[in-house]
Design a protein around this ligand. Structure first.
Ligand SMILES: Cc1ncc(COP(=O)(O)O)c(C=O)c1O
Length: 378
């Protein structure tokens, strides 16, 4: 088996049986002619499409799963996982989960009689205590968004499985290049492929990769039934992005390390959050289950600094939501990505008005540090 970097560079190259094109062909056709013997491998593009199929095959292999389904956004992918549940089921989630995930479960799925408990998944005793006889799903992010808290994927998988529940890991921040949840025991891995996988802030996409074929089939059936399939052109854009994922992530992570150190040492920053900056225990855990800290850094501004004014002083880093692309973006989780969480919960979790979340891009790290330095020298 090739290294992942090689697999990534070659994503989609065998997808053209007609001409052997190196770039996977984009098949916009919605429907496919039947031969005399009936339907062929493709009949209708919501159910299956050769371009989307090439991407699904690549992702399943890269993640080490049995199959992948591609969706028109990360939220559509998480929705498909939630749609495996039935009335009366209970879900345990990481407490500082992405705000959109919180909104999906609270606004949509509670209406269908699905209950939730949000816990600090860093604490295995809290996870264990939150499991109920009807818990069918444990949904975690590690490191979490935006506080980059690390949870023990292998141990939580064990707790979930002991109770007969599935475990899904949102691996958006790490990607399979840094963290492999299926090898750690997860049943499902979910992505906002909008982020690092596509990598250019120009496509909205989601993916679910399942450990076993039956589960992969179940997710594919839900994808077909609900209809949020990834379009052929967007599938192609994700494939094109994947080819440079290793290069991008190496650069982004190396710059993020430098920036996290800079922020951690800066007197104008109350606290910096990065997987390399946690407690010794957290660092050791992250290093056991992931091969790098990634490229997301959060930091707390002092109470007297207006986050809006701070962001307006940045020249290189763009104030914008989203993450994982080539451009560095800074977000204010309190009013943006996590605004769906009730204020008391935000504050209790540490998502304070002064918290900033930085997605480090591929710009020269010195320019990013200088930009932050200038904005911090208020
Ligand atoms: C960790 C995480 N998961 C899921 C999502 C949702 O993905 P999308 O915006 O592609 O629907 C996001 C979006 O920011 C995210 O940060």
């Amino acid at each position: 088996m090739w290294h992942r970097e090689t697999q990534l560079a070659q994503v989609g190259i065998h997808a053209d049986p007609s001409y052997g094109s190196v770039s996977a062909p984009i098949y916009p056709s919605v429907t496919y002619q039947h031969g005399p013997e009936g339907l062929g491998p493709f009949d209708y593009s919501r159910t299956g499409n050769p371009t989307r199929g090439a991407l699904a095959e690549a992702l399943a292999s890269l993640e080490g799963g049995a199959g992948a389904s591609l969706f028109s956004s990360g939220m559509a992918a998480i929705h498909a996982i939630a749609a495996t549940l039935k009335q009366g089921d209970h879900v345990v989630l990481t407490e500082d989960v992405y705000g959109g995930t919180y909104r999906l479960f609270e606004d949509t799925f509670t209406k269908f009689g699905i209950s939730t408990t949000y816990v600090n998944t860093r604490s295995l005793s809290q996870v264990r205590a939150s499991m109920r006889p009807n818990t069918q799903l444990v949904f975690i992010e590690s490191p979490s968004n935006p506080l980059l808290q690390v949870s023990d994927i292998r141990a939580i998988s064990g707790i979930a499985h002991e109770s007969g529940a599935l475990i899904a890991v949102d691996n958006t921040f790490m990607t399979f290049l840094r963290q492999r949840p299926i090898e750690l025991g997860a049943d499902l891995v979910v992505y906002s492929a909008t982020k690092y996988l596509a990598g250019h802030n120009d496509v909205l996409a989601g993916a679910v990769i399942a450990r076993d074929p039956k589960r992969a089939e179940q997710i594919a059936t839900i994808a077909n039934a609900c209809g949020g399939a990834l379009s052929p052109i967007d599938s192609w854009l994700v494939m094109r992005g994947l080819k440079t994922l290793a290069l991008r992530l190496n650069q982004q992570e190396s710059s993020a390390r430098q920036i996290a150190q800079f922020l951690d040492n800066h007197p104008g920053v109350v606290r910096a959050y990065y997987p390399d900056l946690g407690t010794d225990e957290d660092i050791a855990l992250h290093q056991r289950q992931a091969t790098g800290p990634g490229a997301m850094v959060s930091f707390q501004l002092p109470a007297h600094v207006d986050p809006g004014y701070f962001s307006s002083r940045l020249r290189c880093i763009l104030p914008a939501v989203s993450l994982g692309g080539v451009e560095s973006l800074i977000t204010h989780p309190y009013t943006e990505t996590h605004r769906e969480l009730p204020e008391a919960i935000r504050i209790a979790l540490g998502i304070h008005p002064g918290l900033m979340r930085l997605s480090v891009g591929i710009e020269h790290p010195d320019d990013l540090v200088n930009d932050l330095e200038t904005a911090l020298s208020l």
